[in-house]
Ligand binder design. Structure first.
Ligand SMILES: [Zn+2]
Length: 436
């Protein structure tokens, strides 16, 4: 297993740190980032490292040598002048194995590389890109993928304000087939993300791997400070897929967005004031924010799946503008009662996902390595309370939306509070932030 690290970055915005050291050699926790990456790769079974170097390459080579000290084999390919991320790969073509992992030397992460590698092996594509939600999607290139994970398009920034896309950002980690070299013209300065991936996405040859692990480039002084703090506090390791994390399962209508009868048009999607701020606090504390929502409007024929997708994209966009994100969203499009005009007959059945049933929660647990201990459910109806009970997690009811007015003595929430903000207050106070 080979890992290729793009380590040619100059780091102009970090000038006081990088005049004499190349950007990937900037230290985090007293160790150069490149060394973190090499040790991470070794931990997940990689034995061969190829460093694509340019700026101050001698500083990198003298630190790592042949790799013996780090327990794996390290080789180098130097470009002068720099050729961009795609140009550098093409330049190193003779040294590449048939399949390799690519890391950017200026991104810090502790993601589970073995799981990513296995995902790519089981889901063939020319490349699998790790995508993740971040707290500034408007300022990021965004990736859109079909339900099966095939990337349908990549949307570079800047974009029109009313273009609603999911908050999925290219994390700068990918598994790539050597065959991709045929798509890269030789001897040119080309960037993978800008010049190569968009065309491959249009041809359906890329796949997205969704992650909520820690990925952050430290390309500005502010970001470097943040990455160092997160590393020192242990947050970067805690967010790794191998550690189970508590989740907050959020109902959608009346909890995050204003309740509208039979919401079916993106124009009707408006956040409840304060909900983005509340979700942002969950993000910062390391909780997975998972939306679980019954959407029988689909079965009733009132809202197409395309419209529902746009509604959710708008919700993610509005949250993103307030620096909040949801890690995943599950919806039930079904409804049990047949016999209405306009309905979609194949969605009219008694499914296993419609709350208060547990199907969406169980799927989320399989997808995200969730620990139910310390997890919560938040909703505005009896169904939400019953679903949380069924999962054995604490239920918080909110007075927004339907206000839990259908709850009876048997199915009443553990707390009934004014809104999502108060619910998050309870979670952060009782569960404590920064869960182990
Ligand atoms: Zn369902």
């Amino acid at each position: 297993m080979q890992v290729v690290i793009l380590a040619g970055g100059r780091g102009t915005r970090l000038s006081e740190h990088t005049q004499t050291i190349p950007k990937p050699m900037v230290t985090i926790g007293g160790r150069p980032n490149l060394e973190h990456q090499i040790l991470l790769a070794r931990r997940y079974g990689f034995t061969s490292v190829l460093l694509l170097v340019s700026h101050l390459a001698d500083r990198i080579e003298s630190h790592f040598g042949c790799g013996k000290r780090f327990g794996l084999e390290i080789s180098y390919c130097a470009e002068d002048p720099p050729l961009g991320t795609a140009g550098a790969l093409h330049h190193a073509r003779e040294l590449l194995q048939d399949r390799f992992l690519v890391l950017y030397g200026d991104v810090f992460s502790e993601c589970d590389l073995a799981r990513l590698w296995a995902y790519h092996a089981g889901n063939p594509a020319l490349a699998t890109l790790v995508v993740h939600p971040n707290d500034h999607p408007d300022d990021s290139d965004l990736v859109d993928a079909d339900a099966d994970g095939t990337i349908s398009a990549i949307y570079p920034k800047p974009r029109p304000e009313d273009q609603y896309l999911p908050n999925k950002v290219n994390a700068g980690v990918a598994v790539i087939e050597r065959k991709i070299l045929a798509m890269i013209p030789s001897g040119q300065h080309l960037d993978l993300a800008r010049d190569i991936f968009p065309a491959l996405a249009r041809d359906g040859r890329l796949r997205a791997y969704h992650s909520s692990e820690y990925f952050k480039d430290f390309g500005t002084p502010d970001r470097l400070v943040r990455v160092r703090l997160d590393y020192d506090s242990g947050k970067t390791a805690r967010l790794s897929r191998g550690h189970s994390r508590p989740a907050v399962f959020l109902d959608r209508d009346g909890v995050i967005n204003k309740e509208v009868a039979h919401l079916s048009d993106p124009a009707q999607m408006e956040l409840i004031p304060g909900s983005a701020e509340s979700i942002r606090r969950l993000n910062e504390a390391g909780y997975l924010a998972i939306v679980v929502t019954n959407q029988p409007v689909v079965a009733r024929g009132e809202c197409s799946l395309d419209a529902l997708r746009l509604i959710h994209n708008k919700m993610e966009t509005l949250l993103g503008r307030e620096h909040a994100w949801i890690d995943a969203l599950y919806f039930c499009p079904h409804h049990p009662d047949k016999g209405f005009a306009g309905e979609v007959p194949e969605l009219k059945f008694d499914c296993g996902c419609r709350k208060p049933k547990a199907g969406m929660f169980e799927q989320a647990i399989r997808d995200w390595n969730i620990s139910l201990a310390g997890s919560y459910g938040i909703g505005d109806s009896r169904r939400d309370v019953m679903a949380a009970r069924r999962m054995g997690i604490a239920a918080i009811g909110v007075k927004t939306g339907s206000g839990c007015r259908d709850c009876d003595a048997l199915d009443s929430p553990d707390w009934l509070v004014d809104d999502l903000g108060e619910a998050v207050d309870i979670i952060l106070a009782s569960g404590g932030r920064e869960q182990p």
